[in-house]
Design a binder for this molecule. Structure first.
Ligand code: SF4
Length: 125
């Protein structure tokens, strides 16, 4: 029989892999091969550790919880359009050279655009 920590680790991995969609706790129990009682305890422990969040959801006329990861792994897709990826000055760019990310307008513009897409307009508050 797997240890509690092993099950917690496996549960966290399953929840993290669902990304922003999350999954119903009953789906998690099924994937873990755990009872609903055991599964509920695992979800509560993960929530109390700040690793997941639970949101109440009505499913087939019954209240249950959907489990979401609090942290998602970084994706390569998040930097595919970064100007540094195809920059002709990439080889000469560095923290101490004449061409540096600290003063790069292309990088600054991209960072501001990306932040705005994620968090909304930065200059309207
Ligand atoms: S920081 Fe600017 S200059 Fe440097 S590699 Fe990125 S886009 Fe090019």
């Amino acid at each position: 029989m797997p240890k509690h920590n092993d099950l917690e680790q496996k549960a966290l991995q399953i929840i993290t892999n669902t990304g922003k969609d999350g999954l119903l706790q009953s789906e998690l129990w099924r994937k873990l091969g755990a009872s609903s009682r055991e599964g509920s305890r695992i979800a509560l422990r993960l929530e109390s550790k700040g690793l997941i969040r639970r949101e109440k959801e009505l499913c087939n006329g019954r209240w249950t919880y959907r489990l979401y990861p609090k942290r998602l792994p970084a994706s390569i897709n998040s930097i595919l359009d970064c100007p540094c990826m195809m920059c002709p000055d990439g080889q000469r760019c560095g923290p101490t050279g004449a061409i540096t990310p600290q003063t790069c307008e292309k990088l600054t513009d991209w960072l501001l655009r990306t932040a705005e897409n994620h968090y909304g307009s930065l200059g309207d508050s």
